[in-house]
Design a protein around this ligand. Structure first.
Ligand SMILES: Nc1ncnc2c1ncn2[C@@H]1O[C@H](COP(=O)(O)OP(=O)(O)OP(=O)(O)O)[C@@H](O)[C@H]1O
Length: 643
């Protein structure tokens, strides 16, 4: 296998449609290698195009990546053509350009989720034990009555489904009983819910992100700390004014939080250890909950006075400004919670340790950059970076060539424009090169046809022109989104041959999206099969055709026109994929599959490893499952489709 150039890890993409969210792809992990031809196949709506749109930054504005990361590995660090000089996570780049309304909706949804957890806590803290005992007894009797000898890997048994449903209900009642009777257990459960709320809170703040001012302020503050770390010895710090001011500002911030009561408990709990060692007297006061607000206001005023005196005595205005900025950020609603905690820890370390740990500080900074991508401080810059990436390293060819061509401009002009803009060619050189490219993609009499507008070309020739335009930007990855669907069969074969030829010559990677497995057999090195927004099987082309493992792949292959028999209707998959608006339980294909097991309806299957290169997401590969063979008609498939 060649070098990895792109890795999608656990990607989830949602689209906002009116007030609802649709999950177009889920848990998608996929590595893309240098110079391979990878085909993504699946029915219409399975998420093929969305997958490629995530790494080209072409998701429509109502869509966003809600989970995961996409790491782009530059193929050659010294090559001019690489837009990214270092490894980049594209998701963090794209977060900055998420639509304002989408962000608003996510924040609202997260708030709803937080409220639900709070409701659950409330419910569990006021349970009626008699009622629960009644329910448990009833359920146990029902289950006893239904029990039979079948296990969950036996085929289609509706009693088993009922039992597993009742069992899950019973489990939740038993859990409630434990909460109502066992204080220690209830405290543990409560802590878990609190942790969940905390994490949701962090997520909410992450997606809301920082506004521009905050980013600049934080950038400033971090630089400020950096300078301190590199220039001063901690021992000197411990007695000087800087130390005092920091200590005071930290206390002021804590009290501010305490008075506001926002996230105060979490904040204090997470910093317990540090607080205890850094400010023992203050720490004790913090936990005396019956101290009145007036007390804190008094203390706050005293500290502020002390702080102002120190500030006034200072001759260094710049220093004061930084400290004020720092306080402002702490009090800003937009402030990133996770970073807040990290900087807190750093400050406390600064105050308590005799030597500053530069390693640790650098870790904070790099983690900070990870989370927020400091390099990109505004939307415009983020869009520009993505555009550059798309232009220089990834090109896309769509089904309908006219979506990419301007009908009013000559074909030659459209190619040479790309060469002039992207590669900074002169007018003359661009023209020469454009003619060469037209010849390369098989346009006869290229010199003459250079001046023609797209309307004077046939459909197949237009698609060739689009390929020439894509080649002009010397892509590292060429995405072909159903490029031959609109063409007749002979032209289709020519275009496929052309793509393959060019790929060999220019050594780029091709990601080919299609619902036609016949095309895949001829073209691809590897295949990923998608269903209802997930990759359910992937492997080398030979593995997918000779040894397919997922019932959905079997169905797709059985529907190949080459397998049709005269007088008989071609195989087609019954039913429709599940709605993407709803949460999908178990195996998404189970309702349409004749091979489905009981377990498919309850648990989502993991990816089972078939070989180093071949994986499939089906319970049929579990060793407890009954042995099931692929359909008879798929035997010797390769020879059947090559005839
Ligand atoms: N901008 C959008 N807004 C709402 N839903 C969208 C949007 N784009 C895609 N979707 C939904 O995401 C799902 C996957 O779409 P995608 O275009 O990736 O399918 P596909 O596998 O490429 O199918 P096709 O072969 O029809 O292009 C579909 O259900 C589609 O309705």
């Amino acid at each position: 296998m060649n070098k990895k150039i792109l890795a999608l890890n656990n990607i989830e993409v949602k689209f906002q449609v009116r007030q609802k969210f649709l999950t177009a792809i889920r848990n998608v992990s996929l590595d893309i290698y240098d110079q391979e031809i990878l085909a993504i196949v699946g029915e219409s709506g399975s998420g093929k195009s969305v997958v490629t749109k995530t790494f080209t930054g072409m998701l429509e504005s109502n869509g966003f990546i809600s989970e995961g990361s996409i790491i782009y590995y530059p193929s050659d660090l010294n090559k001019e053509n690489n837009y990214f000089k270092e490894q980049v996570d594209l998701v963090s780049l794209q977060k900055d350009i998420a639509d304002k309304y989408t962000i608003k909706s996510i924040v609202k949804n997260t708030k709803n989720e937080i409220n639900q957890v709070k409701k659950q806590i409330k419910k569990l803290s006021s349970l009626n034990i008699d009622n629960i005992n009644d329910q448990i007894l009833k359920l146990e009797n029902k289950i006893e009555g239904l029990k039979n000898k079948n296990d969950e890997f036996s085929s289609n048994n509706s009693t088993n489904i009922k039992i597993s449903f009742l069992n899950s209900k019973l489990k939740s009642y038993k859990n409630e009983k434990k909460c109502a009777t066992d204080v220690k257990y209830w405290n543990e459960v409560n802590d878990k819910y609190e942790e969940k709320i905390f994490n949701l809170e962090v997520n909410k703040r992450k997606i809301r992100g920082l506004n521009l001012i905050d980013k600049i302020l934080i950038g400033d503050t971090i630089n400020f700390f950096k300078r301190i770390v590199s220039s001063v010895d901690a021992k000197k710090i411990s007695n000087n004014k800087f130390h005092k001011v920091l200590m005071l500002s930290y206390k002021i911030n804590l009290i501010g939080n305490l008075i506001k009561k926002s996230n105060n408990d979490h904040f204090i709990n997470r910093n317990k250890l540090y607080l205890e060692s850094a400010m023992p007297d203050f720490y004790e006061q913090l936990f005396l909950k019956d101290i009145s607000k007036e007390y804190w206001f008094d203390l706050l005023n005293k500290l502020l006075e002390e702080y102002n005196n120190l500030k006034d005595a200072s001759t260094n205005e710049l220093f004061n400004k930084k400290i004020y900025n720092f306080l402002d950020i702490f009090n800003s609603n937009y402030y990133n919670f996770e970073i807040e905690i990290m900087i807190e820890k750093f400050i406390i370390n600064l105050m308590t340790k005799s030597v500053i740990d530069k390693e640790e500080f650098n870790q904070i900074i790099s983690r900070y950059k990870d989370i927020k991508g400091l390099k990109i401080i505004n939307k415009l810059k983020a869009i520009k970076s993505l555009r550059n990436l798309r232009g220089k390293t990834i090109s896309t060819i769509f089904q309908d060539p006219m979506t990419s061509l301007n009908p009013l401009l000559s074909v030659g002009f459209q190619i040479s424009e790309v060469l002039r803009k992207k590669l900074k060619f002169s007018k003359k050189k661009a023209k020469e090169e454009a003619i060469k490219l037209l010849e390369k993609v098989g346009i006869k009499d290229a010199k003459k046809r250079y001046k023609n507008i797209p309307g004077q070309y046939s459909g197949g020739m237009r698609q060739r022109v689009v390929i020439a335009i894509a080649l002009a930007s010397q892509p590292k990855i060429l995405i072909c989104d159903e490029p031959t669907t609109a063409l007749d069969v002979t032209i289709q074969a020519q275009i496929l041959d052309l793509i393959k030829e060019l790929q060999r010559e220019y050594k780029f990677t091709v990601v080919f999206i299609t619902h036609d497995l016949g095309v895949v057999a001829k073209l691809a090195d590897r295949v990923a099969v998608m269903y209802a927004g997930q990759i359910i099987e992937y492997g080398l082309t030979d593995e997918i055709f000779h040894d397919p493992k997922h019932p959905y792949t079997w169905s797709l292959l059985s529907a190949l026109p080459q397998l049709g028999e005269k007088g008989k209707e071609l195989f087609s998959i019954k039913g429709a994929p599940p709605s993407l608006f709803k949460k999908i339980e178990g195996d998404a294909f189970s309702l349409r599959s004749e091979y489905s097991l009981e377990v498919d309806k309850i648990y989502e299957p993991p990816m089972f490893k078939v070989s180093e290169t071949h994986y499939a997401k089906t319970w049929l590969l579990d060793q407890r499952a009954p042995k099931t063979n692929k359909p008879e008609m798929l035997k010797d498939l390769r020879s059947k489709i090559e005839d």
